[in-house]
Design a protein around this ligand. Structure first.
Ligand code: MN
Length: 441
């Protein structure tokens, strides 16, 4: 029932918003991701992306175009963030999806009524400022990409790259919520204590020399659970209220000097970027897939992490891409270069397993908690989803078409993540952009 397909997924539906019907559009009428935007210096407002426009939800409510649970959902976001809306759970979120689809449909009475008021209901996305969709309450970052864990581990322990607990425990660290920022900002190169590359063993304090990206999915939590009451694996998927792209910017020199024995700290807490549009579990329903098959010899998940439905449909087939644009490329008018592509199918643990594990000791999740998947690398070189892996620890640079090379990120580099879901018989959907530009310390 969670991943059910209904009329909102019909690939033949078209919107009266023409840009939503273009081939390859990220936001066709079958997607309808939620976000928060601002016009000029105005108040933050909840909206839905449709083509290159934004449906203004408070305006639709004020015009009397939404009713029942959908109206309740929009009222819950009246404070200009989605926490309380996501906390309402799947019912109101689905009602809003169904009614918004009807309003934006090229056919039908609801669509005609909305189209007649288009000038007050729609804004060009390019003229709006997109804001963080939620007040991020807590941030936890998992390590569920097994190819990443293996490739990153091999740089430290070539003979035994995977930690002995990896196939038993969904590993994570508690990150920092205060420095989570929405796509489009500048990332200031952090200063930190690290051992400068190729120099003496004594550490020094200065600008990071090994600045990196991590290609991840972000998951935003819905209602959450009371302290001391774990979420059972069979109900865990209902806690995930939305998905976005997440860049876990990492200062590798700082990280590797500080992380033993308590894990990452300043190497990762200076900035995390997420994409502004929250893709709902409903929009993703056609693109669910089996959990990553465990190779022969791997242990079965312990009972608290095992659910037959989750194993069958808890994975996600989401194509992911990383684009690099250097200062030199932009000056020359060259397009950003695709440097990495991967797929969320390569996650060893499903979102439900991450939620069940996170709460298994009694920890409470709250609305607006952000959970990162961990770097989603795949088995081939082009799917190694951080520079740490892609350049083999900074020893094998990436060559760009203009002759530039990169081992780590340089000032002026802009990194953009994109993602797309495609399946025969369904309209493809995208996630929009998650980007950030490096600026000097
Ligand atoms: Mn990470």
């Amino acid at each position: 029932m969670m991943y059910e397909i209904d009329e909102t997924h019909d690939q033949n539906r078209r919107s009266w918003v023409a840009s939503a019907n273009r081939a390859g559009a990220d936001f066709p009428i079958q997607n309808l991701p939620l976000g928060v935007f601002r016009l000029g210096g105005g108040r933050p407002r909840a909206g839905i992306a449709i083509g290159d426009m934004i449906l203004d939800l408070p305006a639709a409510l004020a015009a009397g175009l939404l009713e029942g649970d959908a109206a309740l959902a929009v009222l819950a976001a009246a404070d200009g963030r989605l926490n309380a809306l996501l906390a309402l759970g799947p019912g109101p979120r689905r009602a809003l999806r169904r009614q918004a689809a009807a309003l934006l449909d090229a056919d039908g009475a609801a669509g005609r009524l909305a189209q007649a008021q288009a000038s007050s209901l729609l804004h060009a996305a390019a003229e709006c400022e997109l804001l963080l969709p939620v007040e991020v309450r807590n941030y936890t970052d998992f390590y569920a990409g097994i190819h990443h864990a293996r490739a990153a581990g091999a740089l430290m322990m070539p003979d035994n790259p995977l930690p002995p607990n990896y196939k038993w425990v969904p590993i994570a660290y508690h990150g920092r919520a205060s420095s989570v920022r929405v796509s489009g900002g500048e990332i200031r190169r952090p200063q930190g204590q690290r051992r400068p590359v190729g120099q003496a063993a004594a550490p020094a304090f200065g600008p990071c020399e090994r600045l990196d990206l991590e290609l991840e999915l972000g998951m935003l939590m819905g209602a959450g659970n009371p302290l001391g009451e774990p979420v059972p694996i069979g109900a865990a998927h209902e806690q995930v209220a939305g998905y976005c792209l997440l860049n876990d910017w990492s200062a590798r020199d700082v990280q590797f000097w500080e992380m033993v024995p308590l894990g990452p700290f300043l190497g990762k807490n200076f900035s995390t970027t997420i994409s502004p549009w929250v893709v709902t579990p409903e929009a993703l329903a056609p693109f669910r897939c089996p959990a990553m098959p465990r190779p022969d010899g791997d242990p079965a998940p312990l009972a608290y992490l095992h659910d037959a439905a989750d194993q069958g449909r808890g994975g996600m087939d989401i194509g992911l891409a990383v684009w690099l644009s250097t200062e030199k490329m932009r000056v020359a008018g060259a397009a950003a270069q695709l440097i990495i592509h991967s797929n969320a199918r390569h996650l060893y643990w499903t979102p439900a397993q991450m939620v069940a594990h996170h709460t298994s000791g009694g920890c409470n999740l709250v609305p607006g908690d952000l959970i990162g998947s961990g770097t989603i690398s795949g088995p081939t070189r082009a799917e190694l989803s951080s520079l740490l892996e892609l350049t083999a620890g900074g020893t094998d640079p990436v060559a760009l078409p203009n002759g530039e090379r990169r081992t780590w990120l340089e000032d002026g580099d802009e990194i953009t993540f994109t993602a797309r879901c495609e399946r025969e018989g369904f309209a493809g959907i995208g996630f929009g952009r998650c980007s950030g530009r490096i600026v000097a310390s």
